[in-house]
Ligand binder design. Structure first.
Ligand code: ADP
Ligand code: MG
Length: 350
């Protein structure tokens, strides 16, 4: 088994996120971490760049080039771009491979349709022997070391770029879940609108994200609220570039609306949870994963609003890819999980 896996083929776990794609290769660990962005040449209809290189082009392209995020809202908005992106990333990781094409486990947003699932599978199959799709919350929970295959209820909240996935899991399957199209991107947009409305300043998406990461927070903190950050943008009334000093406290206010919507989704999911599993969650707490789990104070906000202790996963950005990697390393676990998830598109070929 060991020999087979490492000598003849290299298995690959992929977190196909709305903001970032990560790839884990068996025996090597996580070897690729790039933004899920594709730059397309509109005239030729071909991709010019993928990943990091393409992200640098977001908001900076001339008329004939468009940088797109094919999975932006948790659905595949652009099939061709998505397929090209997946294939390019797999190829990057697949050099010096063994004799056999790899097996691939891909974590996908739980809200995508069966047509989209098929498209992802096909993109993966171009370079693989077998492709398994797994719902991201399940992969995230495994990556966060939750006991997903046991008869105990656990709750995972994965706050990504385009979507927040809230799920209650037990026995390897999803019992109740919600995929909300409000996450990191929406928080950035909220900061952008705030600056426009309150300071007459226009900033781009990447600047808003920087503000969020530098001084954003979800919960009051006397030691942090006065932290400042200088931002540059376009002053709307004069039409000229201008810089401005922002405080953490006002950015917290700017982020409050999307954060409340995430809290509401967690509450709705808890309300739909069967009582035995709800009791387990009260005892064990809620696990936060995804890039959004890095928002300062988000755990305190969730704890206060739900009355249930919220933990931040170790390496929240890596939970899904680590979960996919772990599943590949334990094929019995893979079958147990894949069997419970949408058999129509996850048929196991032995
Ligand atoms: P996805 O799984 O959808 O690709 P990720 O889990 O990779 O998303 O998370 C990406 C989101 O996390 C982005 O919106 C990004 O701005 C946000 N993010 C990353 N690091 C931080 C941080 N330190 N603080 C706040 N938000 C962060
Ligand atoms: Mg994710």
């Amino acid at each position: 088994m060991f020999w087979n896996r490492f000598q003849f083929s290299r298995d690959i776990g992929i977190d196909l996120g709305t903001a970032n794609t990560l790839i884990h290769v068996s025996g090597k660990g996580v070897i690729l971490e790039e933004p899920s962005v594709v730059a397309m040449d509109l005239e030729e209809g071909v991709p010019l760049a993928v990943g990091e290189e393409a992200k640098l082009m977001l908001g900076r392209t001339p008329g004939n080039i468009k940088a797109v995020r094919p999975l932006r809202d948790g659905v595949i908005a652009d099939f061709d771009a998505a397929e090209k992106m997946i294939q390019t990333f797999i190829q990057k990781c697949n050099e010096g491979k063994g004799l056999l094409a790899p097996r691939i486990v891909i974590g996908i947003p739980s809200g995508i349709t069966s047509v989209e699932r098929r498209a992802v599978r096909e993109a993966g199959l171009a370079g693989a022997r077998e492709v398994y799709l797994i719902d991201e919350p399940v992969a995230a929970a495994i990556g966060a070391s939750l006991p997903v295959t046991e008869p105990v209820g656990t709750m995972i909240v994965d706050i990504g770029g385009g979507t927040t996935e809230v799920a209650v899991l037990s026995l390897g399957g999803t019992v109740v879940s919600e995929s909300l199209r409000i996450a990191g991107d929406e928080i950035n947009d909220s900061i952008t609108s705030y600056l426009k409305k309150n300071h007459g300043l226009a900033v781009g998406e990447r600047t808003a994200e920087k503000i969020k990461i530098k001084i954003g927070s979800a919960f009051p903190d006397d030691n942090f609220d006065d932290t400042t950050y200088e931002v540059r943008g376009l002053h709307l009334s004069s039409g000229l570039p201008r810089s401005l000093t922002l405080t953490s406290k006002e950015i917290k206010e700017a982020m409050a609306d999307p954060l409340n919507k995430i809290i509401e989704a967690i509450k709705r999911t808890l309300e739909r949870t069967p009582p035995e599993l709800a009791a387990d969650i009260v005892e064990r707490g809620i696990m936060l994963a995804g890039g959004g789990a890095l928002i300062r104070g988000i755990n305190d906000l969730v704890t206060q609003e739900t009355g249930i202790f919220a933990h931040i996963a170790e390496d929240p950005l890596l939970c899904v890819v680590n979960g996919c990697g772990e599943i590949l390393g334990d094929f019995r676990k893979l079958k147990k999980i894949v069997d419970t998830v949408d058999m129509g598109t996850n048929s196991i070929r032995n």
